[in-house]
Design a protein around this ligand. Structure first.
Ligand code: AMP
Length: 508
């Protein structure tokens, strides 16, 4: 299928072709005609599927007849509101609107917290057709009466699941009350939990549901490896992996802001360029850090989940979980930063005995038993983990040193396991549910809601959630991928955590 067949205007097709896109992604092929037809849409799609262009292009097309070159602000009411959970995602969506709308006289503004409100007020006063915003700052503008949402015709909730996770429901309810009832609604979410279904039930009118092939289900290959290691040696192991793999560029995920700062300093002391990005950093710092990482000026971006959500970084080869997330779904989001657009990625997790529970929850969610690799030198406290060495444990030998090539044995990467990582099962979306949002009374303002929620989550991670029916442990055959499966080495898949078990024994 080509973009030409979707019914988009020549101005939009020109902008698309300048981006070098040869054909629409599955979500674009499905969503664009529906949105052009004015339908409400709920789509199960993650970042990386091309969803931003999937809603931006048809929205621009629909607004095109209303575009005006007049300087009068009255000629530029806000017609489309896009809500996103994070500032970075808002900035990315805004950039997409500008990219795809470059040949149209439509104006777009991005509104998020952490920066001076005045330039935003000036932009809003001059008139903009499209506003991309985070809920907290948007409500600040509402409170100051510097924004008028009474002419919004299209509402987009991007990464709705994350907005709910971050505690934005009260903010979203307040915003919905300010919008005209007659409008087109588009809701994008990686997963469809009961809460999301409740939200979409109260928001969408006779929606069409789109579900694109689950992320990583086909082309996106992410090699996932667990490195068992004692907590206090994680930093050392990370530096070792960065140098020996080598890892040229990676996002390293931490649970807390404090941990992110500390690791960043430690890496810098080791001569590895790193920046930290989390909710305590100023927006100027966050934007600059991201830019430095994207341009390759720094090699390691140490990030908390909140800050990294929705980041679109081309060709990111590695993601490292320095700590496993408390919420298993976050693992899927994290590793979704790599292996994008059909390229191969690597997701390494440094797992200490204290994280066995989190690992088990992740493996249940993705229905995969992850490969575990012990790095020689990092298991010295436990050279023969109980029950493994004797039976043929895969310890990692033949490490490739930087600048060397090994002709007798393929580099580490090539004999690893390539695992198709299913995203969390998107539960079937039910028919419309009773109004759950628009008619609800407005909840009290959280006051800077976005950052408050972000801070809360980075400091006090939420509880592990379990999806119904996910207790099945997948038995992935690894023999297809070059290395013998663990089972064929004498271990049943469910016994694999024994590697970690060996560490646990030593540490207690
Ligand atoms: P998104 O899921 O919206 O974050 O998009 C992920 C990446 O896919 C972005 O870098 C887009 O530039 C890129 N992209 C979007 N649509 C296409 C397409 N049709 N062909 C190739 N790349 C695309």
């Amino acid at each position: 299928m080509s973009f030409d067949s979707l019914g988009l205007s020549p101005e939009l097709l020109r902008a698309v072709s300048e981006q070098g896109y040869s054909e629409p992604t599955p979500i674009q092929a499905q969503a664009i005609p529906l949105i052009l037809a004015g339908r409400d849409v709920q789509a199960a799609a993650q970042t990386g599927t091309g969803k931003t262009a999937g809603f931006t292009l048809p929205i621009l097309h629909r607004l095109q007849p209303l575009a005006s070159t007049s300087v009068s602000p009255a000629k530029h009411p806000i017609r489309c509101l896009v809500l996103t959970p994070t500032r970075e995602l808002a900035a990315q969506v805004h950039a997409s609107v500008q990219t795809y709308g470059k040949y149209l006289p439509l104006r777009a503004a991005v509104i998020y917290g952490g920066i001076n409100m005045n330039p935003q007020i000036k932009e809003l006063m001059a008139g903009v057709e499209i506003v991309v915003a985070t809920p907290g700052r948007l409500l600040d503008h509402v409170q100051q009466r510097t924004i008028n949402l009474s002419q919004v015709e299209i509402l987009v909730l991007d990464e709705a699941d994350r907005m709910l996770d971050m505690g934005f429901i009260p903010d979203i309810r307040r915003i919905l009350l300010l919008l005209p009832k007659q409008r087109q609604n588009l809701l994008f979410s990686a997963t469809f939990s009961d809460d999301i279904k409740k939200l979409s039930g109260g928001l969408l009118q006779d929606p069409v549901t789109i579900e694109v092939a689950r992320r990583n289900a086909t082309a996106d290959l992410v090699r996932q490896v667990i490195y068992p290691v004692h907590k206090e040696r994680k930093r050392e192991l990370l530096v070792h992996l960065i140098r020996t793999e080598p890892i040229p560029q990676a996002i390293v995920f931490m649970r807390t802001k404090h941990g992110a700062n500390r690791l960043c300093h430690q890496l810098e002391r080791e001569g590895i360029s790193a920046v930290a990005i989390h909710s305590d950093k100023t927006q100027v710092h966050r934007t600059r850090s991201l830019e430095e990482f994207k341009t390759g000026k720094v090699s390691i971006l140490v990030a908390t989940d909140i800050a990294a959500r929705g980041l679109d970084i081309d060709q990111l080869p590695f993601v490292v979980n320095f700590e496993l997330p408390h919420v298993p779904e976050d693992y899927v989001h994290r590793i979704g930063r790599t292996g994008r657009a059909g390229s191969t990625g690597h997701a390494y997790s440094l797992v200490c005995p204290e994280e066995v529970k989190e690992l088990a929850a992740i493996e249940r969610l993705i229905k995969t038993t992850l490969e575990q690799v012990l790095v020689p030198g990092f298991d010295q406290n436990n050279p023969t983990p109980e029950g493994l060495d004797a039976k043929g444990m895969r310890s990692r030998t033949g490490l490739r040193r930087p600048g060397t090539t090994d002709t007798t044995r393929a580099p580490h990467r090539s004999h690893g396991t390539m695992v198709n990582v299913p995203a969390p099962e998107a539960a079937p979306i039910q028919a419309r549910q009773p109004m759950a949002t628009a008619s609800a009374p407005a909840a009290p303002d959280l006051g800077g809601g976005q950052e408050a929620a972000a801070v809360a989550q980075e400091v006090a991670p939420s509880k592990v959630r379990r999806e119904p029916g996910e207790h099945h442990r997948g038995h992935l055959s690894r023999s297809h991928f070059g290395r013998p499966p663990m089972a064929s080495l004498g271990k049943k898949p469910r016994e694999i955590p024994a590697l970690l078990g060996g560490l646990i024994k030593k540490s207690t």
